[in-house]
Structures are given as C-alpha cells and as structure tokens.
Design a binder for this molecule. Structure first.
Ligand code: M6R
Length: 596
C-alpha cells in the first residue's frame, strides 16, 4: 500500500520525510522516493526500487536538503516496481507529485497529453497528474488553482501531494477516496497518508474530507471543498504517542498487535459493562431510540471487518433474534438491493476510511434503509463522522497491514450490540449476565492461547514449502476459517481458501492431497460430530490435517493429523479465541518464508 509524506518548514524537511516513510514501511512497498526544492530553488529527486534505508543512504550521498518536499513509498499498480515508476513524478523540472490511489481515466488523459507534446518517463497512472497540473500552470493559474482544476479532470481515487519550483513556500494536497491528513505544526506544516507518520513532529491533525484541496504554507493551512468553497476543518489532538507507533521488543508490528489483544479487548470492554449488564450508552446518546426502532440489521464491510460481520450474523439471529444481512461493501453499492426500512445499517472498519465501506453507507442512506452505526477503531475517521451511532473499539493504532486486534475487538463490540438488541426481543437478564461474564473473561482466555506461540511457530515449518491451503469451519467458525485463510494469503503469499466444512464434499474435496494442508477449527459444540465426519473425508483423500481443537474434545493425533489443543472456551466466544492461533500461524509462516 502506498504511503505519502510531505512538508513545508523553516528547517530541512528531508529527515522528517524519511522518518515518516519509515513509519509507513509496515504497509508494504516496493520502491521509495523523495523530491525537494533545494537551496538553489531547483527541484531535486532521489528514488530507489529498494527500501527506505537505501533511499536514506542515497539522500545522504547526494546531500539532498530542502525546506519544501514530498516523499512516497510505492506499491506497484500501474507499471512494474522499478526506479522509473517510483514517485515523485516530475513534469518538465517544475511540478512534482506523489499519489496514492488509482486514476481510472489515466489512459485518456495520457493520450491527450502526448498529443499536446508531453513526454512520459514512467508507466504509472500518476504521471498524468503532474502534466495536468503543469499544463494549467502554463495557462496562467497558480499551483493551487491548477490542482483544483486538475482534480476535477481526474476520475478514480487519489490522495496527492504536489509542489512546484515556482512556489517555494507552498505544498498543495488533495484527496478523494484515499485518506490524507494535514499535520499542523508551529511555523511548519505537513501531510501524510496517516497521522502515525508524523507523530514525531506534531500531535495536531486535520483530517481532509473527500474532495478537499488544502493549500499549505509554513504558517497557514487553508482548505477548499470539492466546489472550491473555503471551509474550516477541525484540528484534532491525537492521543497517539511516539511509543504507540513503535515496535517495542517485537520483531514485527503484526506480532506486537497479536500479543496486544488481551489488553485491546479489556480496553474495548471497559466502561461498557456494569453489574452484569451491557451499558447501551456505549453506542452513543441516541442508542436507545435507534435500537428500539431497528427491525433488522444490514452489515457492510470489507476484508477482515467483513468477516467480523459474518460472525455477528450468527449471533444477531440466534441470540438477539433479529434478521441480519451481511454484505461486502464493494458489492453492495452496485447491487440495487431491496430496501428494508428501519434496518440498522452497521459499518465495521478498523480505519474508518475504507472507500468502499463509506460509499456503501452513503448508498444505504440514499436508499432509505435506516439509522447507521459505525464500529470503528479511529475516532476522527470519515465513517465515524458519517454515522448516527458510533462504537469505538479501543484497540490502539493498528500499524500492521494484517488486521488482528481490530478483528477481535470488533467481535467484542458486536457481541455487546447483540446483547443490546437481544434485550428487546426476549433475551433474559440471566442470559445477559452469563454473556457479560463470558465477555469479561475474554482477555484472560486470549492470553492463554498466546502461550501456544512456540508450538504454532514449530507447526508453521510444515507450511513454508506449501503453495495452497484449505481452511474449514462450521457455523461461526466458517468466518473464522475465512479470516485464517485471508491472513495466510495476505502475509505468507500462500494461496488459501476457506469452506464451510459441510461444503467440502460438493467439489473442493477433489483438491485434497498430501500437498494441500487442511486446517480445521474445532470447538466443542453441537456441530463437532459433523465436523469430525468432514475431517474423515479429508483423511480418506490422503490429506494432511491440522486441527485447532478445544482441549475437551477427542481428536486422535497421527502421522497426518496434527492437533493443537486450545483451552476450553464457551462456544459463544470461540470466534474470538480460535482466530488467534490462525493469526500466529500466518505470521510464523510468513517469517519463515521471508515474505514482505
Ligand atoms: O480499515 P478496514 O477495516 O475498513 O479495512 C478493510 C480491509 O481492507 C481490511 O480488513 C483488510 O482485509 C485487512 N488488512 C486484512 O488483514
């Protein structure tokens, strides 16, 4: 995922840009670059198809310094990962741009620009932005006006930072669909794709809204909305500390965040539980009224957050007795769904900035579904701002691209919601008290699973040479299996699929052989016997089984059956507890394989 940092100051911004890129490295990237206006007012650029460390060495070698600059880490989408395609992209030595997102009409713009005499030095969609802005400047507009005009000509998603050698005290930034924050300093201002990249220079941030263009000098930040009207955006004081975005003793952020789960769960549940009850004010002052009106639930989310929604569907229907539909946000907005008025529309998102989820929420509002609730980890995010009710998971910054503590805290929030909605449909006070007791035990339960880290690390060795894997689960464990498969493919680049175990015989069983490890999650519940017969089908095909099993069930180990016993967990909590070993498995396989 690409990362942007930029700054205008009265000191050399290069070390700040490099430090910012370092804080964004965890997102994964294949090349990096910096452009600054140097002491002689020339636009200078250094790029590498390597790591930020190598970029830093090159910058030192070339002695690049300047008080205005932009920097980028690139994850290739258009054009291969090499130096030529790395950002910043420069037009005629004058305008430099860094960009996150995808310009969908780049081919048409490119054709027109070639016709107008512009030369392209990269295969990226980004270069058209530099030419488009330059072109407007040549027609007499200043940098700000040129960016405003150019953004109206771009289709697609972008967060951009632009500088021009003709305006040495000006950084212009714009966003649509991709996040971008302005870091407000004293006599200096910055931009970044994420606040964490700037936390060593400021704790004051402005979160740009979709369509905003920001005109940034050393002393002022002026923001214009999509229509060009000057607007005020609030300055938020971030609670992030430099410590919170460091890895501490852990080798990777992902491992740190997996191990932070007991604390994250405890923090998320704190202040929501009282005397065996869930306090529904945790969802906001209007929660009571809105929950009273809800006749059904519509959940929209992407990726891991979608998996949390898929687990919640089981809980909301079986415990709260409320109809629930879960949709992948990127599909919902194009699907023309039948509207169910008085639905509670729930968006789930770690970042609160996922463009598809935001667009799905807007679409649900437009269609007239009902009130909205956002379950989100970032208080100032766009989703939070756009929702009637908000539940903030208190997982702390999730730096690792692979979502871990966000998922388990989302599930804790969804169980709280299930209880609140269930109360209105006959969930007894006794049952609520039992569920609250179980929730309160969660941090300790997860802590016990983390003790299996070494055992799972050893098990991971058996996966390092594999190319495919199959994950199986039944009931609430099916979304858990989906989450396990997503983690493995995202982090270790092993192709992985998840199936409800009962579906195995309807096709995928044909794939099973000794080279296709099959991972099953097996809590002690009423579906256990059914799951066991599905596992027999795997054995009959010569498959190698890895079973994450509740310690109270009887699964016999053998040369092709490997069992990891998990501490006994009440069935209702198993989606949270059983996800943790799958996170660890994906992490250790990735470390063994050395994937980025
Ligand atoms: O910030 P969000 O929760 O909205 O992000 C949605 C997905 O992009 C995200 O969960 C993604 O699937 C994870 N990085 C997977 O680990």
């Amino acid at each position: 995922m690409c990362g942007i940092v930029g700054g205008v100051a009265q000191r050399d911004v290069v070390p700040i840009l490099v430090d910012g890129l370092r804080h964004l490295e965890y997102r994964g990237y294949d090349s990096a670059g910096v452009a600054v206006l140097n002491e002689s007012q020339a636009l200078k650029r250094v790029r590498t198809a390597g790591k930020v460390r190598e970029l830093d060495e090159l910058l030192r070698k070339e002695q690049l310094h300047g008080m205005l600059g932009i920097a980028h880490t690139r994850w290739a989408t258009h054009g291969k990962p090499d130096t030529r395609n790395a950002h910043p992209h420069i037009c005629r030595g004058t305008v430099a741009v860094v960009h996150n997102g995808i310009i969908e009409n780049h081919e048409a713009l490119r054709a027109a620009q070639i016709k107008a005499g512009y030369e392209f030095t990269s295969e990226t969609d980004t270069e058209v932005i530099a030419h488009q802005v330059y072109d407007h400047m040549m027609k007499g507009d200043d940098l700000l006006k040129s960016v405003q005009r150019a953004t109206h000509e771009l289709d697609g998603a972008y967060a951009i930072g632009i500088i021009s050698k003709t305006e040495p005290n000006r950084l212009v930034a714009a966003r649509r669909g991709s996040p971008l924050v302005v870091g407000v300093g004293r006599g200096e201002n910055f931009i970044a794709s994420q606040a964490a990249a700037l936390i060593t220079v400021t704790q004051r941030f402005i979160y740009l809204e979709d369509g905003d263009v920001a005109d940034i000098t050393r002393d002022a930040v002026t923001i214009y909305d999509a229509s060009g009207k000057r607007v005020e955006r609030p300055v938020h004081i971030s609670s992030l500390t430099p410590d919170a975005v460091e890895k501490g003793p852990y080798r990777h952020y992902m491992l740190k965040e997996i191990f932070e789960q007991p604390q994250a769960l405890a923090d998320t549940l704190t202040n929501c539980l009282s005397s065996n009850r869930v306090l529904e004010e945790s969802f906001g002052p209007k929660a009571k009224d809105i929950f009273d009106q809800a006749q059904s639930v519509l959940i929209v989310a992407c990726g891991t957050s979608y998996h949390a929604g898929a687990v919640a569907r089981y809980w909301l229907e079986s415990i709260a007795g409320i109809p629930c539909v879960v949709e992948i946000a990127s599909e919902f907005r194009y699907r023309k769904p039948v509207v169910r008025p008085n639905s509670l529309v729930i968006t789930i998102s770690q970042s609160g900035e996922t463009a598809d989820t935001l667009a799905a929420l807007q679409e649900a509002k437009r269609l007239g579904f009902g009130h909205s609730l956002s379950i989100c980890n970032v208080p100032e995010s766009a989703l939070v701002r756009a929702s009637d009710l908000v539940f903030l998971t208190r997982a702390g910054p999730e730096i690792g691209v692979a979502s871990t503590k966000a998922f388990t805290t989302q599930l804790a929030a969804l169980m709280l919601l299930t209880i609140c909605l269930g109360r209105r449909r006959g969930l007894s006070a006794d049952k609520e008290a039992l569920l609250v007791k179980l929730l309160a035990s969660l941090p300790a339960q997860v802590d016990r699973v983390l003790k299996l880290n070494e055992q799972i690390k050893t098990l991971a060795e058996r996966f390092a040479d594999k190319h495919h894997a199959l994950f199986l689960g039944r009931g609430t464990q099916h979304p858990v299996a989906m989450e396990g498969a997503l983690k493995l493919k995202e982090i270790s680049y092993i192709h992985a699929e998840a199936y409800p175990a009962g579906e195995l015989k309807h096709g995928p069983l044909a794939l099973v052989d000794a080279d296709m490890p099959v991972i099953a999650v097996a809590p002690n519940n009423e579906l256990l016997e059914k799951l066991k017969s599905n596992l027999q089908e795997v054995r009959a095909r010569g498959g190698e089984l890895y079973v994450f099993a509740d310690e109270t069930i009887d699964v016999t180990e053998g040369p092709t059956v490997h069992v990891v016993k998990l501490p006994h967990t009440d069935d209702v909590l198993t989606p949270i507890v059983f996800t943790v070993p799958l996170q660890l498995l994906a992490y250790h396989v990735a470390v063994l394989k050395g994937t980025d």
